[in-house]
Design a protein around this ligand. Structure first.
Ligand SMILES: Cc1cc2nc3c(=O)[nH]c(=O)nc-3n(C[C@H](O)[C@H](O)[C@H](O)COP(=O)(O)OP(=O)(O)OC[C@H]3O[C@@H](n4cnc5c(N)ncnc54)[C@H](O)[C@@H]3O)c2cc1C
Length: 428
């Protein structure tokens, strides 16, 4: 039987960069953090206040945060070992707490979760984890009615949701005939740990983004590699100026998602930078790109020209999609398959904001999206705009969510990692 529903005004789903930024902004806006599903603040082990009644008319509206992971760090705790603080694109600080200095050799999967843990401790917000949201549904047909959130730990009823679920759990894996026959190893980049596992083997790496190039550089040092992409990769010559290219990329990604088109891989907007990894892979002859193979055989793949290539391993470095399956009951998708948004707000459902989505899929973008979502949502919930008003498109002069460095980095000026958004092979 379903447990008695705990309640809060706003539920933040996901405690990565985007969810934590939104939680910090809700806290600053006077929203009281409450505990759902027995959440405690992991960092302090501080007991959390329990949830109050929704719309109870108390002076302090409330919010809660849940996350499916066991520990702090969002997707960063799962990044591969060789993605170090020296090779990430740049980590933008969470609101009010600078990213501590770290050695360039320190794995980002250690350094960033430690930083998030410290941030959670300072923020003092209980995170319900591990709690996986399975579905968000409308309780009734009223435009300003409640939303029921079903999780693997019970259900909650809330007035609005800030969705910050990232992309890590929705890897894009192309369907190529014959994969069942292949006797080698097939994995997605999300399950890659380090090149040493492939020493001396024949490895096909599929994908046209920064991840594929980075893996090619690493794996080709210890193994024989073949690089496959669906389309010829477009390398970008000359310097990448985040202040110019980032704004332009953000504008184009935003235009796609606001129109309800699924956003494409970041690399398809930016092109590939001649990074250090790309240059060293090229020097080793590893950037000899082939068109995506047409099928698998038991011992390898069939190339587009009909010849066969023996492979022991195929790595899909083919990107990720927004992880939004739990929103399916709300039927938010357009005919084109995307979820039309205005800034962070779902155009057809103002009670839902998507952060870390579309143009805000970077650490800097996630921060700004958290701020924008909270500003708009609190205005609606505090009664300064009705759900119906909120559903209206912005007027022409109204500011859009600020540009961010989706196509660039916050700190290093290096290229944003490809393949976060997208419904196809990321850049391949
Ligand atoms: C390999 C890789 C490297 C990257 N490097 C950089 C970089 O260097 N700099 C940069 O700015 N950006 C980088 N990015 C983009 C990066 O994804 C964002 O910057 C940012 O970290 C994403 O934060 P997020 O909060 O949106 O998502 P996440 O960090 O993925 O957090 C989402 C959270 O939501 C939780 N969640 C998901 N589904 C549910 C559910 N149903 N119920 C409850 N909880 C749920 C997850 O457990 C997770 O903790 C990189 C992306 C990839 C894939």
């Amino acid at each position: 039987m379903e447990r008695t529903a705990p309640t809060a005004d706003v539920l933040v789903i996901g405690a990565g960069q985007a969810g934590l930024a939104a939680a910090a902004r809700l806290s600053s806006a006077g929203y009281r953090p409450v505990s759902l599903f027995g959440a405690r603040n992991d960092a302090t082990d501080r007991p959390a206040p329990s949830a109050g009644a929704v719309g109870s008319g108390t002076a302090e509206p409330s919010f809660a945060v849940v996350d499916a992971n066991d520990a702090a760090g969002g997707a960063w705790q799962h990044r591969w070992e060789s993605l170090t603080m020296g090779t990430v694109n740049g980590i933008f600080a969470l609101p009010g707490m600078p990213v501590p200095a770290s050695s360039p050799d320190e794995p980002s999967r250690i350094a960033v979760p430690a930083y998030f843990r410290d941030f959670e401790r300072e923020l003092g917000v209980p995170i319900g984890r591990p709690v996986r949201v399975l579905a968000v549904e409308r309780v009734d047909t009223a435009a300003d009615g409640l939303l029921r959130v079903r999780t693997d730990r019970g259900a909650a009823v809330v007035r609005a949701v800030i969705n910050a679920t990232g992309t890590w759990n929705a890897p894009v894996v192309p369907v190529v005939p014959g994969q069942d026959l292949f006797r080698g190893t097939v994995l997605h980049a999300r399950d890659y740990v380090s090149a040493t596992a492939f020493a001396g083997r024949r490895v096909g790496i599929v994908g046209g983004g920064i991840t594929a190039v980075q893996l090619l550089d690493e794996v080709s040092r210890v193994a024989t590699t073949r690089w496959y992409t669906r389309r010829p990769p477009v390398f970008r010559e000359g310097p990448f100026l985040p202040e110019v290219a980032g704004v332009d990329v953000t504008r184009r990604v935003a235009a796609d998602v606001e129109a309800g088109r699924p956003s494409r891989s970041i690399v398809s907007y930016t092109g590939l930078l001649w990074s250090d990894a790309a240059r060293s892979a090229q020097a080793r002859g590893a950037l000899d790109r082939r068109p995506l193979f047409t099928s698998f055989t038991p011992t390898g793949v069939v190339e587009q020209d009909g010849s066969s290539t023996s492979l022991d391993v195929v790595i899909w470095a083919t990107g990720f999609r927004p992880d939004l399956a739990h929103l399916a009951p709300l039927a938010l998708r357009s005919d084109e398959g995307g979820i039309p948004v205005v800034g962070t707000r779902v155009a057809a459902e103002p009670r839902i904001h998507l952060v870390g989505f579309g143009p805000s899929q970077s650490t800097v973008g996630a921060n700004r999206a958290g701020t924008a979502a909270v500003r708009e949502l609190t205005r609606m919930l505090d009664g300064r705009a009705s759900a119906d008003e909120a559903r209206q498109p912005r007027s022409a002069g109204e500011t859009r969510q600020p540009p961010n460095a989706s196509g660039a980095t916050a700190t290093g000026g290096r290229q944003q990692r490809a393949g976060a958004p997208g419904d196809g092979i990321a850049g391949g």
